[in-house]
Design a protein around this ligand. Structure first.
Ligand SMILES: [Zn+2]
Length: 106
């Protein structure tokens, strides 16, 4: 048995911490509206980057939580689509995988 669950829990906590930082950034940006126009346009570009990073982290967190739920159900090592065992190398490389390599490509 691997420590995949522990890895996923660590990843989940890291993603949650990252999302907290993005939210803090957004609140800071919202409080910085009295800057001059040039600064504001820089802030806006920066905010767009943060917003897309935030969306990515949200999505990854969703996948991690989903994989953890599958592990709790005792189905963590099985492909969600075809029911085959997901190979250990893939799970080591992609701890949040819930599809086998074949199904993932399809
Ligand atoms: Zn499959």
């Amino acid at each position: 048995m691997s420590d995949r669950k522990a890895d996923l829990e660590a990843l989940r906590d890291e993603l949650k911490a990252r999302l907290e930082r993005y939210r803090a950034h957004r609140e800071r940006a919202a409080g910085a509206l009295d800057k001059d126009i040039e600064d504001q346009s820089l802030e806006t570009r920066d905010d767009e980057v943060v917003a897309s990073l935030e969306a990515e982290a949200e999505e990854e967190l969703g996948r991690v939580r989903h994989a953890l739920a599958r592990i709790r159900e005792g189905r963590g090592e099985y492909c969600e689509r075809c029911g085959e065992v997901i190979d250990a190398g893939r799970l080591a490389a992609v701890p949040h995988a819930t599809l086998c390599r074949d199904c993932c490509d399809g």
